[in-house]
Write a protein that binds this ligand. Structure first.
Ligand SMILES: C[S@@+](CC[C@H](N)C(=O)[O-])C[C@H]1O[C@@H](n2cnc3c(N)ncnc32)[C@H](O)[C@@H]1O
Length: 283
């Protein structure tokens, strides 16, 4: 089936490479530095995927949330090409439209061209031999994680559209459901491009530890979250917390609620978060 040209188009980003733009949200998938550089910096390198996978018995589980045009997934696949680590790469999207569009424009995009067979096979659920198994789940991720039998992840590459354009993927309720899918015995890291205070507050209140992530493109920093402090190099600290108190956008994101300053109840819960309790105790 051909993709719908009304939904996606190719655009040149600042670095000169091509990326998809969704006409409905107006968002470019990988602005400024383009698909592969962003995927490698933000997700592959920052997650220390290769090193962490090498220490795990059994398969290392990666959730690629928002498969889109598969740049993050391809960056993972290429990173593991020279290793024999067993990887289960679970890609999630509610539509295959961006991948089909990307396959039709593989030569302009570049990164997909060497992987056409794998990406096309994904669409028909073909399994391929080898230590890396790639599976696609076409569904609303928010609903799927409520009950689907999925292995708990070691890594979540979290890449929906932004909170402004894709609010349902950023609510407290959704992040609580996501947090509930993690196994306390399995340290898991979530990487994402945002640096929004409201998103960080939401992740904290959902039970994640949250830190400053590496900068990429024109962003001086991004966000990492985890169920384990061991995976957070630069945790949000008391200085960051004090700013939340006075921020005009410090409230967690809840469905149907407007952004605004944090309320008393949420503020009290934030102060009690183990990330800050531990810092207060050692201060
Ligand atoms: C910015 S694109 C992802 C780019 C992609 N990671 C890549 O490397 O090309 C965002 C993707 O998230 C998907 N998405 C948004 N909301 C979703 C939901 N509720 N469930 C599943 N996928 C969702 C969109 O369909 C879209 O393909």
């Amino acid at each position: 089936m051909k993709s719908d040209p009304a939904v996606f188009e190719l655009v040149s980003v600042k670095s000169g490479v091509q990326s998809l733009r969704c006409r409905t949200t107006g968002e470019v998938f990988h602005p400024v530095v383009g698909p592969m550089i962003e995927a490698r910096i933000l997700h592959v390198r920052q997650q220390r995927l290769i090193e962490r996978a090498a220490t795990v018995n059994g398969p290392f589980i990666i959730w690629d949330v928002g498969l889109g045009a598969a740049a993050n997934a391809i960056a993972v696949i290429e990173a593991f090409e020279e290793t024999d680590s067993r990887i289960e790469l679970h890609s999630f999207d509610q539509t295959t439209e961006p991948l089909r569009f990307a396959l039709e424009h593989a030569s302009e995009l570049g990164y997909l061209a060497p992987h056409l067979d794998k990406a096309a096979g994904l669409l028909t659920n073909q399994t391929r031999p080898g230590p890396l198994q790639w599976k696609l789940h076409v569904s609303d991720f928010r609903e799927l994680i409520k009950s689907a039998p999925l292995p708990a992840p070691h890594a979540i590459l979290y890449d929906p559209y932004s909170a402004g354009k894709n609010p349902g993927m950023w609510t407290l309720e959704h992040f609580e459901n996501l947090r509930a899918r993690l196994d306390e015995e399995v340290p898991c890291m979530l990487t994402n491009y945002t640096r929004s205070t409201a998103v960080r507050v939401t992740l904290l209140l959902a039970g994640f530890f949250v830190g400053h992530g590496e900068g990429v493109g024109e962003k001086d920093q991004t966000t990492v979250a985890s169920n384990s402090t061991t995976l957070i190099d630069k945790p949000l600290n008391a200085t960051w917390l004090n700013r939340v108190r006075f921020s005009t956008k410090g409230a967690p994101l809840r469905a149907g609620e407007k952004e605004g300053p944090i309320g008393e109840k949420d503020w009290t819960r934030l102060l009690e978060h183990p990330q800050f309790r531990a810092q207060n105790a050692s201060a």
